[in-house]
Design a protein around this ligand. Structure first.
Ligand code: NAP
Length: 248
């Protein structure tokens, strides 16, 4: 796959979908900044895997919901590499409860981690990328942001917000040569979905036309396409990676 830029920051790249995105992009020749919040050891392992496969990577730990830390992280990258060409806002959490039992702090913890953080990243990336009149950002939302899900009012609001916000960034940045797109994964086998009971997993699987959970590498492939030169005329788009769920 062809990439005109040289480096990428992947948030939440120590595990799951983020680590597959990081490894995939390194395989296409990008220098990858592997972000994590608490899993320093896991992030170092991702870096080591990339380097042993012949790629280039650095680890950069910060909490994406901490605005100052995110700004500082991007500053470090630009001071080191002279640019930030690509950003993948992947880090995310769940804090599931039925709405009647959900306190505002439960709601806001997910909004801050999944939505406000993506706003910070998109804004700071735009400041840097517009100087070179080039950049591409992919935000990882969720099918739940399109359909809603019982027990996830906070998560659905955060991911629906990411979908709408990405389109607004795309409109504001198109004339600066910067593209913003969203991926909405369906159910992907990671630690996040491993928390679900076998019964709930079976219930979701029954609703997936392809009859299985997705693999993190399948989200990584779609992410690489949307970042790359191969999608150069696509911006503000939402790409579903969900095995055929929610085709409307
Ligand atoms: P995961 O296995 O739980 O991994 C989450 C990653 O995000 C970890 O690397 C974690 O780092 C990092 N992270 C969480 N909060 C962070 C923060 N505040 N600052 C920096 N890093 C943070 O999750 P996943 O399943 O790979 O999900 C990745 C993304 O895809 C999320 O945005 C999720 O909402 C979305 N998604 C997942 C699915 C699915 O079925 N798995 C479906 C749709 C969308 P630490 O380990 O260091 O905390």
């Amino acid at each position: 796959m062809k990439f005109s830029g040289k480096n990428v920051l992947v948030t939440g790249a120590s595990r799951g979908i983020g680590s597959e995105i990081a490894k995939g992009l390194a395989g296409f020749g990008l220098k990858v900044w592997v972000n994590y919040r608490s899993g320093a050891e896991a992030a170092e392992k991702v870096k080591a895997e990339i380097i042993s496969a012949g790629g280039e990577a650095e680890v950069i730990g910060f909490d994406v919901s901490d605005e100052a830390a995110f700004i500082e992280g991007i500053k470090t990258i630009v001071e080191t590499d002279g640019e930030l060409a690509y950003l993948v806002n992947n880090a995310g959490i769940t804090n599931d409860k039925l709405a009647l039992r959900m306190k505002n702090e439960d709601f806001m913890s997910v909004i801050n981690a999944n939505l406000t953080s993506v706003f910070t990243g998109c804004r700071e990336a735009m400041k840097v990328m517009r100087k070179k009149k080039f950049g591409s950002v992919v935000n990882i939302a969720s099918i739940v942001g399109e359909t809603g899900n019982a027990g996830q009012t906070n998560y659905a609001a955060s991911k629906g917000g990411v979908i709408a916000m990405t389109k607004s960034f795309a409109l504001e940045a198109a004339s600066s040569g910067i593209r913003y797109n969203t991926i909405t994964p369906g159910f992907i086998a990671t630690d996040m979905t491993d928390e679900l009971s076998d019964e709930i997993k079976a219930g979701f699987t029954a609703k997936i036309p392809m009859g299985r959970f997705g693999d993190a590498s399948e989200v990584a492939d779609a992410t690489a396409f949307l970042l790359s030169d191969h999608s150069s005329y696509i911006t503000g788009e939402t790409l579903k990676v969900n095995g055929g769920m929610n085709m409307a």
